[in-house]
Every structure is written in structure tokens, then in C-alpha cells.
Design a protein around this ligand. Structure first.
Ligand SMILES: [Fe+2]
Ligand SMILES: [Fe+2]
Length: 401
């Protein structure tokens, strides 16, 4: 199912994309708040107004705030909270199958075979998965707590917890919001962060690995017996190739999700008005980037010796050795972002990218996760609800406080 943005609203996808330079100018205009007053006053065009009307709008917008969050700030937080609930749901599935059981999370890591295959990427993968899950749960609980503390309604996606869990060992009986059984994992982030070009200026990137219609969690105990071990090199039989391909796909999906969070939070930060809300967005966003960096490193282990060469016998997903070409564009230990285009006329800079609405705003996030297959099986009401939150967040405009 496709998700359509409303082109009449500020900051959503538009039918005829603006040149990147104009997009960037639009962002900086927001940062200095040039259009904020008109937006909040519901006025369509500065040109249509006499000067006196503009000043009146400006004064009322500034004095009404006193540093308190604006409606736009709340819209940003509501969408981010929905995104965190979505993240929590997918990470909880990863943790229950492949995390590290502890007193705090006794149900984590219930599929021994999956855990072993993940540990071929890094022996600490189960711990990292459980910790990432903890972080997402804290993000959604905090943002909802903040909204509540300000007299705002909390965000819930519980009415959309309708998807059947995987029947494999570790799937449990709890219904899910997200679907990890047939993912199209966008792996273009791998090449994007190794490039000196920036998608905000129009650069595009190929897939590092083609992962289509691929499970990232075990989907059948018959296919992948949960008690098996996962030796390296990976045996050529169907069960071992299948389970390692599932674990490798999860490794790339972890990074895909978290780099998306890095871009989303950075983009939303440019729209926040209240300093307190900006603090929340920047502080949580930094942890999304922290996650991405970790998973970027682990994904590289699926496409280098000694693990490279796995092929899923059902989907055909293949994990080549990305070091074999000798190109820095794919070298697996070059995991820290390459300096790239950032602000025209200035030196290249190592930054999060993309950070424009069209590529990294809230509607872009919804569209990207939909294309990922994460919402396969969800209801039209789910898409309508999440898209509405996204449009409202994208429409937020930074004011001057
Ligand atoms: Fe998060
Ligand atoms: Fe995250």
C-alpha cells in the first residue's frame, strides 16, 4: 500500500520536487524563523498582507509562547513517539528471538539457532539487540511522559497491534504492529555514508546488497530448527544458509532503521521551537546515530571474510564479499561517515544525511518504512493515522523564542 502525502501542506512530499538548493534555503529560512509567524497565524502568503498585519502576527506569536512548546512542537513529538512505538515493536521481536536474556528481559534470546547466527556477526550481538530495544522503549515512554506532563494526549498504536507473530520458536503469542517476515531492506545507506556526495543535493546511491522479500527473524522451526548451531564457514545445507541469511538481513535492517532515525531526528530538530523540545529531539536523535554506527560495523561482518558468500535458498538473497573489489566505496571497515557536501561554498563535512523533508521528514519516514515491508498486513486506518501524525510533524515550523 502506498502512503500519499498532502501536497498542500508545508513540508510534505510535493508532486514536482524543488531543486535541492531551494529545499535547503527553505530549511534555513525556517531556522531563522522568517516564515514561522505567518504559518502559525494560518496566513498563506506574506505578499498578501499589509506590513501592519505582519507585525501584529509576529507580536502575538512571540508573546504567547514564553518558551513553552508550540502546537508544532507537540506535532513533532507525537510523530516521533509513534516512530518510537514502531521501533519498539520491531526491536522487541528481534530481542525476543535473538537478544540476551537477563533479569530485566527474561524472555529475550529464545531461538538458539538465530542467536548463534547473529553471533557470527559479533559475539555481543544479543546484548546489543536487547540494549537497543531498551533504548527504544525508553524513548517512547519518555516522549509520551513529556506529552502527558504538558497536558497533551499520549500517542498509542495499540489498536493496530493486529499482526500475527512469527510461529517460529521465540515468536511468542503477542500480536505485533510491525512485520519482519518479508522485508525489502534498503541498503543504500552503506554506499551513501562512504560517499563525498549528499542526497540533500540530489545524489543517489545503489543498493550494497539486494534484500527483497526476505525474513529478518525466523519464520519456521521446520526450515530453521531452533536448537541448531551456526558454525563458520557456514555449511551449505538449506537450514544453515537460510538462518545465516536471515541473521545477515537483520544486521542490515538494524542499520537501516537506525540511520533513518538519525536523519529523521536531525530533520525534526530544525523545526522545533521550544528549547526544551529541541533538547529532547537532539538528545534522543544522538542515540539513534549511536545505534546506527554500531550496526553499520556489524553489518559489514556479513559481507566480509569469513562469513561472506551466504545465499538464502528460498529468496536468493546473496551476501557477497564487499572487500573483494578493493574499492573504498564498499570496504567494510570504513564505517565512519565520509565528509561530504553540506553547506554550499564551504568545505566538505562529516554529517548526518539526508536532512531535508523530502528525503528525511516524517512522511518520508512513513513512506520508507512502508516500502521496507514493515507494515505489510496493516489496516488502512493505521496508514491514515500514522500519515496524519507525519503530515502534522512535517508542517511544524521553527519560530523564534
Ligand atoms: Fe528511538
Ligand atoms: Fe532507534
Amino acid at each position: 500500500m502506498t502512503v500519499q502525502g498532502d501536497p498542500t501542506e508545508v513540508g510534505t512530499n510535493t508532486p514536482a520536487p524543488e531543486p535541492p538548493q531551494q529545499d535547503l534555503q527553505r530549511i534555513w529560512n525556517r531556522v531563522v524563523g522568517r516564515r514561522a509567524f505567518l504559518q502559525r497565524a494560518g496566513l498563506a502568503s506574506a505578499a498578501a498582507l499589509p506590513a501592519g498585519a505582519m507585525l501584529a502576527s509576529t507580536a502575538s506569536a512571540e508573546t504567547a509562547a514564553d518558551g513553552a512548546p508550540t502546537e508544532g512542537d507537540f506535532a513533532i513529538l507525537r510523530f516521533l513517539c509513534a516512530a518510537e512505538i514502531i521501533e519498539s515493536d520491531l526491536w522487541e521481536q528481534y530481542a525476543e528471538f535473538g537478544g540476551q536474556a537477563s533479569s530485566e528481559r527474561p524472555n529475550d534470546g529464545r531461538n538458539h539457532f538465530y542467536v548463534a547466527a547473529l553471533q557470527n556477526l559479533d559475539g555481543d550481538m544479543p546484548q546489543y539487540i536487547s540494549d537497543n530495544t531498551d533504548d527504544e522503549e525508553s524513548h517512547q515512554a519518555f516522549i509520551n511522559g513529556y506529552l502527558r506532563s504538558k497536558g497533551q494526549r499520549e500517542v498509542t498504536l495499540e489498536p493496530f497491534r493486529t499482526l500475527a507473530p512469527s510461529p517460529a520458536t521465540g515468536g511468542g503469542s503477542r500480536k505485533r504492529i510491525t512485520n519482519l517476515k518479508t522485508l525489502n531492506v534498503d541498503t543504500s545507506w552503506y554506499l551513501r555514508y562512504r560517499a563525498e556526495t549528499n542526497p540533500d543535493f540530489g545524489a543517489t546511491f545503489e543498493q550494497a546488497v539486494m534484500i527483497k522479500g526476505q525474513p529478518a527473524i525466523p519464520v519456521s522451526d521446520q526450515e530453521t530448527p531452533p536448537g541448531d548451531d551456526a558454525p563458520v564457514p557456514v555449511p551449505s545445507d538449506a537450514a544453515h544458509q537460510r538462518m545465516q541469511a536471515i541473521a545477515n538481513s537483520a544486521g542490515f535492517h538494524f542499520a537501516m532503521i537506525e540511520q533513518g532515525g538519525s536523519s529523521l531526528y536531525t530533520t525534526m530538530a530544525l523545526k522545533a521551537t521550544s528549547l526544551e523540545v529541541l533538547r529532547i529531539v537532539v538528545a534522543i536523535g544522538g542515540v539513534e546515530t549511536n545505534h546506527f554506527s554500531l550496526w553499520h560495523d556489524k553489518a559489514g561482518n556479513a559481507v566480509s571474510d569469513p562469513l561472506a558468500g551466504v545465499r538464502d535458498p528460498q529468496t536468493g538473497t546473496f551476501f557477497p564479499n564487499l572487500n573483494s573489489s578493493g574499492s573504498e566505496a564498499t570496504q567494510t571497515n570504513l564505517i565512519l561517515p565520509e565528509p561530504c557536501e553540506f553547506i554550499p561554498g564551504l568545505p566538505r563535512c562529516s554529517v548526518v544525511r539526508p536532512t531535508i523533508d523530502k528525503l528525511a521528514g516524517a512522511m518520508a519516514a512513513v513512506s520508507g518504512l512502508t516500502a521496507d515491508g514493515l507494515f505489510d498486513g496493516q489496516s488502512p486506518a493505521f496508514f491514515q493515522f500514522v500519515s496524519r501524525l507525519a503530515r502534522e510533524a512535517d508542517a511544524a515550523v521553527r519560530g523564534i523564542r
